[in-house]
Design a protein around this ligand. Structure first.
Ligand SMILES: C[S@@+](CC[C@H](N)C(=O)[O-])C[C@H]1O[C@@H](n2cnc3c(N)ncnc32)[C@H](O)[C@@H]1O
Length: 216
């Protein structure tokens, strides 16, 4: 499966969502130059607009992100937070997140973002096991999504929201012939979330698939 959504439809929906501003466009351009083929990991403008909207709609004050890269999604989340809101941003890469830090400054959100470098599972497990978070975005190593989901759900207040990116894995989750650990982990998590009576969930065919999950 090459295209999950017809390219013309994907373009049309992108063109009819709130566009990226100059800060985000500059970040996307620098990401392409500085990271080459890895730049495809960056979320798109419509996903970014969805994150900002969900943070605002939920009134989230405390957010956590797993997978920062060069900081596009962090800016979108941080922009949705009210004054005094905080985003804990987790990643392993000093190189990529140093690009992020410069663009957080330009976006005027660096005072509300705390970057923690290291394996995200260790960082999450080191947090108090109390329901303090209102919003989470998971967009890192796919094999670890099930563990990230459990650690974050434990720390999410009722009514809080988790957004999972890349849940379709280019369509490979649909076909059990694909047995790469990334695909089996995501297929298993998608099944678990749909049947999980702790949450309500909607999977959207946006880009590589986005699931929006609300804790009951
Ligand atoms: C898909 S990119 C994130 C894209 C980002 N959300 C954006 O909007 O540009 C995945 C990121 O996960 C990070 N990552 C991979 N394995 C990780 C781990 N075990 N712990 C923390 N971060 C990890 C990578 O360094 C990379 O920056």
């Amino acid at each position: 499966m090459t295209e999950l959504v017809h390219p013309a439809v994907a373009d049309y929906t992108l063109q009819h969502s709130t566009p990226a501003d100059a800060v985000l466009r500059d970040l996307a351009a620098e990401t392409r130059t500085a990271t080459g083929g890895s730049s495809g990991m960056q979320i798109t403008a419509d996903e970014g607009a969805l994150l900002t909207m969900l943070v605002r709609l939920t009134g989230a004050r405390r957010a956590v992100e797993v997978g920062v890269f060069t900081g596009y999604s962090s800016i979108c989340i941080a922009r949705g937070l009210p004054a005094g809101g905080r985003l804990l941003a987790l990643d392993v890469s000093d190189e990529w997140t140093s690009i992020a830090a410069r663009h957080w400054e330009k976006a005027g959100v660096s005072d509300r973002i705390e970057l923690r470098l290291g394996p995200a599972l260790d960082s999450l497990r080191a947090l108090p096991a109390t329901a303090e978070y209102d919003f989470a975005f998971i967009d890192a190593d796919k094999e670890s999504y099930p563990a990230y989901y459990e650690e974050i759900l434990l720390r999410l207040r009722p009514g809080g929201v988790i957004v999972l990116d890349n849940v379709l894995q280019g369509g490979r989750v649909l076909d059990p012939v694909h047995q790469d650990p990334r695909h089996t982990a995501m297929r298993g998590l998608n099944d678990l979330v749909a049947a999980d009576d702790r949450v309500d969930a909607v999977m959207l065919p946006l880009r590589d698939g986005v699931t929006v999950i609300r804790k009951r």
